[in-house]
Design a protein around this ligand. Structure first.
Ligand SMILES: Nc1ncnc2c1ncn2[C@@H]1O[C@H](COP(=O)(O)OP(=O)(O)OP(=O)(O)O)[C@@H](O)[C@H]1O
Ligand SMILES: [Mg+2]
Length: 236
């Protein structure tokens, strides 16, 4: 069974329907990409899954129906969400941001060990550990947002456009980190991206959204050579 199983999910903003019955499966240990043009509903999908929007349809997390439970409980169950545009606490230091991410972790020793582990993966955060988050560069803030989410030891990490505003070299570094987190920690990843080429090379499977519906899905290998993807996303 899928770790995250979504069936016929509807969500929107007030009277505006955005998601029109989408179905997604994410298996344990997988990296899955969610692609689509601006306004397709990718961010809305992640918001709906993390409980920030009222939904209709079914969301099962490890077999448990989480469709109506509040965001903090979904997070405590292991569903972490790094929103589009980062969302770190600017007035707090890097260390304090990481500690806040671990608020569901009761053991101080575990928090210290995890912080050390993520400083190893993100050495630039270690150098700036006592600096305010607001003074970090865009790429460093993005790394901090991801490291903060990882401090909760999530089973599924959902990232909304992690490459947004990053230089190509930093994006590549970020994607190498995703690959490593997945391989070494077994963290399941659901990644929303505009950078289809890089994301399809990282992910095993992908879904493509258009105006609130999933219009294409398959293995990354299939999608990389699909004419529709080539035309719309890979500039062929
Ligand atoms: N707070 C909101 N209130 C009303 N409509 C919204 C709100 N947020 C998003 N929408 C609308 O929902 C639709 C889907 O938006 P969403 O942010 O999910 O797209 P997206 O696929 O993430 O796009 P992008 O690639 O630009 O981030 C758009 O038509 C958008 O205008
Ligand atoms: Mg978005």
């Amino acid at each position: 069974m899928s770790l995250l199983q979504v069936r016929g999910l509807h969500a929107g903003y007030g009277a505006t329907q955005v998601l029109r019955g989408i179905s997604i499966d994410v298996h344990a240990g997988e990296i899955v990409a969610l692609l689509g043009a601006n306004g397709a509903g990718k961010t809305t999908t992640l918001r709906a899954l993390s409980g920030l929007l009222p939904t209709r349809g079914q969301v099962l997390f490890d077999g448990l129906d989480i469709g109506t439970i509040p965001p903090a409980r979904r997070f405590a169950l292991g569903l972490a969400h790094v929103p589009q545009g980062r969302g770190t606490f600017g007035d707090f230091t890097v260390e304090d941001n990481l500690a806040l991410g671990a608020y569901t972790v009761p053991s101080r020793r575990q928090i210290a060990t995890d912080m050390e582990r993520w400083f190893e993966v993100f050495p630039r955060l270690r150098e700036r550990r006592r600096q305010r988050a607001a003074w970090l560069s865009g790429g460093e803030q993005q790394m901090l947002a991801i490291a903060r989410a990882l401090m909760s030891r999530p089973r599924v990490l959902m990232c909304d456009e992690p490459s947004l505003g990053l230089a190509p070299a930093v994006t590549q570094e970020m994607f190498r980190v995703f690959e490593r987190i997945n391989r070494e920690h077994g963290t399941t990843l659901l990644i929303v991206e505009q950078n289809a080429d890089l994301t399809l090379r990282l992910a095993q499977r992908a879904y493509v959204m258009e105006t609130g519906e999933i219009t294409l899905q398959g293995s990354s290998d299939e999608l990389l050579v699909s004419p529709a993807i080539q035309q719309s996303y890979l500039g062929a």
